[in-house]
Design a binder for this molecule. Structure first.
Ligand code: BT5
Length: 270
């Protein structure tokens, strides 16, 4: 296990992390990466911090993390056209890479909770799950309103002590609590960046990550409840379609599609 600190991490030959900006404290790593993107930073920038004073989730929800306990990072992508196609799949590439990196470095069997969470489900109590990480993707627009860059922010609970977890969220979990030992943030970061880099290169060469990503999703084929803008809807999480939308099989027959806006998903009856 690497004892190296994040501040001295370097990835000189990689596409992601060659421009590596470490901060002891920032407002939000996404804000730093978004500002850098607007000032012309190249694809591959990685911004990382040991503390965020304004860490955010979707819809301005807060992302909390004890100082020095987590991976709080943002990656800058400048995908080709069609932007929307690539942007959506880049978020999948990052989620998939995180699942693989967590498995390789810690042995924890993590899965993805559609659309943007990394979770761990108890083997003996399926349906009981812990949120280990969250992702927040944000688009940078040109002056003319065209999308020009994508920032993917990830917050990963690496070495959060059991006693600190309830302050984060009711179902927050951490890798160190699951493994019973401290986890090297540098090893995890390094593995994650390597996976992301190679899967992104594949995506640019025409490999669609949707099938591999779909395999890592929790709860497909299981009863779930979806909290959507127009109410709470129960059904079976039947599939994820080609655009990454959730296809819910409704109790009366028929299906409904949900795009990854502010929809949240919970398992039921299992
Ligand atoms: C997310 O939002 O899960 C995306 C989180 C992205 C955070 C990273 S950190 C680096 C980068 N810079 C930023 O400013 N953000 C990104 P959402 O699905 O909206 O979930 C937010 C909810 O998760 C909160 O309302 C809490 O209930 C819960 N939460 C907050 N901190 C948590 C933690 N450390 N672990 C588990 N759950 C947490």
């Amino acid at each position: 296990m690497s004892q190296q600190g994040l501040e001295s991490y370097r990835r000189p030959t990689g596409r992601f992390g060659r421009d590596f900006r470490y901060f002891r404290e920032v407002g939000s790593t996404n804000d730093v990466a978004l500002a850098a993107a607007r000032s012309g930073a190249a694809e591959g920038l990685v911004v990382i911090a040991d503390r965020q004073s304004k860490g955010r989730g979707r819809l301005q929800r807060r992302w909390e993390a004890p100082v020095g306990s987590s991976l709080l990072m943002s990656l800058l992508f400048r995908p080709p056209d069609p932007f929307a196609y690539f942007a959506e799949r880049i978020t999948m590439v990052c989620g998939l890479s995180l699942v693989l990196a967590v498995g390789a470095v810690t042995g924890v069997a993590a899965r993805l909770k559609w659309p943007n969470d990394l979770i761990h489900e108890a083997v003996d109590a399926p349906g009981d799950w812990l949120k280990l990480a969250g992702m927040l993707s944000e688009v940078v627009l040109s002056d003319a309103g065209q999308p020009v860059a994508l920032v993917v922010g990830l917050g990963v609970n690496v070495n959060v002590a059991a006693g600190d977890l309830p302050d984060l969220a009711p179902n927050a979990g951490s890798l160190s609590v699951l493994t019973g030992a401290e986890v090297s943030r540098v090893d995890l970061l390094d593995m994650f960046l390597g996976e992301t880099e190679s899967r992104y290169a594949d995506l640019l060469c025409g490999v669609d990550p949707v099938p591999a990503w779909r395999e890592q999703l929790a709860w497909l084929g299981r009863p779930v409840v979806v909290h959507a803008a127009d109410g709470i809807i129960q059904g079976i999480a039947e599939d994820i379609d080609a655009e990454g939308a959730l296809v819910l099989r409704l109790p009366g027959g028929g299906t409904r599609r949900f795009l990854a806006g502010d929809v949240s998903l919970r398992p039921i009856g299992c």
